[in-house]
Ligand binder design. Structure first.
Ligand SMILES: Cc1cc2nc3c(=O)[nH]c(=O)nc-3n(C[C@H](O)[C@H](O)[C@H](O)COP(=O)(O)OP(=O)(O)OC[C@H]3O[C@@H](n4cnc5c(N)ncnc54)[C@H](O)[C@@H]3O)c2cc1C
Length: 365
């Protein structure tokens, strides 16, 4: 099968979905290629900040997502054992972040995009190759859907295919990865009926244990563990690992016992941050986790990806009007975004190193 479009977006996560919508709204022929069925996103960055909220409101997407379900966080608490040592409640605004399940975000945005006849979403389709012309400019992709090959020609190829980006690798863009000394084990349990929407951070043996209330009455729990230790940890009994959680939140005892019975109930996120050497080549641009993987600290991964799409959309629109798909033109996006992203990556390192400072009053220096 052969397809043609102005912009081919590889990856229908937050960055790809929003960019697809913004371009389609401008009348640009846009094709989003997503390798999954669109529903397989159980553990992902799902907390949005005020800047993302404003972007979604500007484009009348917030109300559509709200109709599917979201949850405003009422406070952030820091606990040492059972004691709350610090509490942050909103000043002026009515929340400290909003939980939006990625499936709700993706469904709302792609439903809106689907109104435009110039928009197409190919699910269960995996990009396996890039196409270049004789000058080396990128002019499309090769993809597979149910074993069938699809050739897609496009003026611009966009890589929004996440932390292990195929587009980035195929375009020969190297990336510098930095580990942060920890990985995260995620698990989900139902929240007690009277659990206030909040983020709770606990200091456990020098590491962070975080509980995030979620839309739909769930709590997502993230244990920071020493980097690369999950394989050895899972050979040990589970009980001592759960003990600090149950000490801080005895009210969760029965639900934890019911829903976390073996190490198989955890998902391990390998934590690293990365910086791609360039975000643009002739006819190709990368953004979101593909360009700069973030760590879970401060839950900014999805926010960075969404802002990338928001900043890139008008640049691509103008590039198409001018028929200029050169690296120099597409680099405008990197120039607009790289400094802020790198600052945020620095902030993540600093926050991780200073996590214990939130508890100085109880643990001392
Ligand atoms: C398990 C996990 C847990 C996370 N937890 C947190 C957290 O707690 N807090 C936080 O802030 N951030 C977290 N993140 C990061 C956050 O989810 C990302 O920063 C955010 O989703 C980035 O959006 P994106 O659109 O750039 O990439 P992604 O959301 O990764 O989307 C990429 C999309 O591309 C698709 N794709 C990949 N390869 C191909 C291909 N070859 N062809 C077609 N499609 C392809 C994928 O299926 C995916 O849908 C987590 C990430 C993961 C993976």
């Amino acid at each position: 099968m052969n397809l043609q479009t102005d912009v081919c977006i590889v990856g229908g996560g937050p960055a790809g979905a929003l960019l697809g919508y913004l371009l389609a709204k401008k009348g640009i022929a846009t094709l989003v290629v997503e390798r999954t069925s669109g529903n397989e996103r159980e553990f992902r960055g799902e907390h949005i900040n005020a800047e993302t909220e404003a972007i979604l409101k500007e484009h009348h997407l917030f109300g559509k997502i709200e109709a599917l379900g979201l949850l405003k966080m009422k406070k952030v608490e820091y606990l040492y054992g059972r004691n709350i040592v610090k509490s942050i409640t909103p000043t002026g605004e009515d929340h400290v972040g909003i939980h939006i399940p990625q499936p709700h975000f993706l469904r709302a945005v792609s439903n809106e995009a689907a109104q435009f006849p110039n928009y197409q979403l190919l699910l269960n389709t995996t990009v396996t190759g890039l196409v270049q012309d004789e000058k080396g400019h990128y002019t499309g992709v090769k993809a597979k859907q149910n074993g069938q090959e699809i050739n897609i020609s496009s003026s611009i190829v966009v890589g929004t295919d996440g932390r292990y980006s195929t587009v980035r690798k195929l375009a020969g863009i190297s990336t510098m990865e930095e580990t942060h000394g920890y990985d995260v084990l995620w698990a989900k349990i139902p929240a007690p009926a009277d659990w206030e929407p909040s983020t709770k951070m606990v200091f456990v043996n020098g590491h962070q244990l975080a509980l995030f209330t979620q839309t739909g009455g769930m709590i997502q729990i993230g244990w920071n563990i020493e980097e690369g230790t999950f394989a050895s940890l899972r050979k040990q009994p589970l009980e001592p690992f759960l003990e600090p959680l149950l000490t801080s939140f005895p009210e969760l005892e029965s639900t934890v016992r019911e829903h976390i019975q073996t190490w198989k109930n955890f998902v391990c996120l390998k934590v690293f941050s990365s910086k791609a050497e360039t975000w643009a080549k002739d006819g190709l641009v990368i953004l979101g986790d593909a360009a700069h993987t973030m760590t879970p600290t401060a839950a900014i991964g999805i926010n960075c990806a969404i802002k990338d799409a928001y900043v890139l959309a008008p640049i691509l629109e103008q590039a198409l009007l001018d028929s200029d798909f050169s690296e120099t033109r597409l680099k405008e996006f990197e120039i607009a975004r790289r400094a802020e992203i790198e600052q945020q990556q620095e902030m993540q390192f600093e926050k991780e190193e200073s996590f214990k400072d939130n508890f100085l009053e109880v643990i001392g220096r």
